[in-house]
Design a protein around this ligand. Structure first.
Ligand SMILES: [Zn+2]
Length: 163
């Protein structure tokens, strides 16, 4: 059981630094952390990772599993509240054949809006992307610092499109 941090793991490298927009870590807890995806599919695309370097979900202890899932749940609320997402895709890509890239377990959360079906419309130029990331980072940080920003989060949304 190697809890050590491989030099070639981007997430371990980020976790070894202080939180901040530079390493995209928005929030960290004892067993889990939330970071923004450097190459987002959509504005607000973020990742929940276990603090320890793991590859497979089955490698997590019960405590880590609970911590990761709790942070996923909290982040999903945040994406639909603070970021006004209309929906959220939550997913794991296990193994390169499934699209997994970084070999450090991570759960994707991608906020969705109706009409964004192309998945790539947000990403124009690198410059825009960087600004977007910083803006998104600030919004996450503010929401998480405020503790429960739930207020009334307009989460009901009544499905204006009748879907
Ligand atoms: Zn790692």
């Amino acid at each position: 059981m190697s809890g050590d941090r491989p030099d070639d793991c981007a997430f371990c490298a980020a976790l070894a630094k202080d939180d901040g927009p530079e390493n995209l870590i928005v929030h960290r807890e004892e067993h889990a952390a939330l970071l923004l995806n450097k190459f987002p599919y959509n504005n607000g695309h973020c990742l929940v990772v276990p603090r320890r370097h793991l590859v497979e979900p089955s490698e997590m202890t019960g405590e880590e599993s609970a911590a990761v899932w709790a942070l996923v749940a909290r982040t999903a609320d945040l994406l639909r509240g603070e970021l006004r997402g209309q929906g959220v895709n939550v997913g794991l890509n296990l193994g390169s054949a499934a699209g997994g890239s970084i070999r450090h377990l991570h759960v994707h959360l991608v906020p969705r809006w109706s009409g964004d079906t192309n998945f790539m419309p947000v990403i124009g130029e690198t410059k825009v992307l960087v600004e977007l990331l910083h803006d998104t980072y600030a919004r996450f940080a503010a929401a998480l610092a405020g503790g429960s920003t739930e207020s009334d989060a307009t989460s009901s949304c009544d499905g204006g499109d009748g879907a």
